[in-house]
Write a protein that binds this ligand. Structure first.
Ligand SMILES: C[S@@+](CC[C@H](N)C(=O)[O-])C[C@H]1O[C@@H](n2cnc3c(N)ncnc32)[C@H](O)[C@@H]1O
Length: 270
């Protein structure tokens, strides 16, 4: 389901309802001093008047968080296959008052409707692992970035949200696994870009979530399939797994993260 384009567009990401449940947990319970988006924003070499494309931009949370660190004059295009997401992202980014302009495009990351070399910076956070062939989206990002421009990707690796995944597998079986944590890892993103840029580097985002509310943890676990169809009994099982972990660990449900930023500068078209 996590790589089924129609399901993702029509159900999971029809709007930001389910994504917001997961985002809330990442924001409220992080132990790192800086958010992942802030780290990402600090690593991209922005310039004034950059033309920026966000591929699979979702509801625009990235821009709300990092707008304050951007130079003047940035022209933002946020692209997503979900019209509902684009409809949320454009006003959210515009409301920061930091952009020269913000526009949205409803499209598939594997077939971007933009001219070759149209952007100075092309970014994508937590989106490309949803594609059956992430390499096609990377190829498109390389096509639409100008020669010498920057591509910046944030993605997850194996072991991300391990304790959440373990609880889901205990209740739902193998379908509870987060396969997307293995389909487009930071190492894979680096490998896809390394022959097409002057420099590619990846930076791990070090964080561990300390979740202190059972309901928030369970909302995360049931915000994507098969959790979205969980029975009352399965929800009770999830709750008791979280509750037991918190009882053992001083009222904290600890969750590992494995996520990283891949920054490619001096990009060359294929
Ligand atoms: C986990 S959300 C991340 C959203 C946003 N980038 C963020 O970090 O908050 C994944 C996003 O990728 C979009 N997406 C998934 N497959 C896509 C595709 N083939 N083309 C374009 N967007 C896609 C979804 O609609 C969703 O908005």
């Amino acid at each position: 389901m996590d790589r089924d384009r129609d399901y993702l567009r029509r159900v999971q990401y029809r709007d930001a309802t389910e994504l917001a449940k997961r985002t809330k947990v990442h924001v409220a319970y992080r132990t790192a001093s800086m958010s992942g988006f802030s780290l990402f924003g600090s690593l991209v070499p922005w310039s004034a008047d950059d033309r920026v494309l966000d591929v699979g931009g979702g509801a625009g949370y990235l821009w709300e968080e990092i707008a304050g660190r951007l130079p003047d004059g940035v022209v933002l295009t946020t692209a997503d296959q979900s019209a509902g997401m684009v409809a949320e992202a454009v006003p959210r980014a515009s409301a920061t008052g930091r952009f020269r302009s913000v526009s949205g495009g409803v499209c598939d990351a594997a077939a971007l409707p933009f001219d070759d070399g149209a952007f100075d910076v092309v970014v994508s956070t937590y989106a490309l692992y949803h594609l059956p062939e992430p390499g096609r989206a990377v190829a498109e990002m390389l096509r639409v970035v100008r020669p010498g421009g920057t591509i910046a990707i944030m993605t997850n690796g194996d072991g991300h949200m391990r304790q959440v995944e373990d609880a889901r597998v205990a209740v739902f079986g193998p379908a509870g696994r987060y396969e997307i944590n293995r389909t487009f890892t930071p190492a894979m993103a680096t490998a896809a870009l390394v022959d097409h840029a002057d420099r590619v580097g990846w930076t791990r985002y070090d964080d561990e979530l300390h979740v202190t509310c059972v309901d928030d943890a369970v909302a995360f676990m049931t915000s994507s399939p098969p959790g979205t169809e969980a029975t009352a009994a399965q929800i009770d099982e999830l709750r008791s797994i979280v509750r037991s972990a918190m009882d053992r660990d001083g009222e904290i449900f600890r969750v590992d993260k494995h996520t990283g930023c891949v920054i490619a500068t001096g990009c060359r078209r294929r």
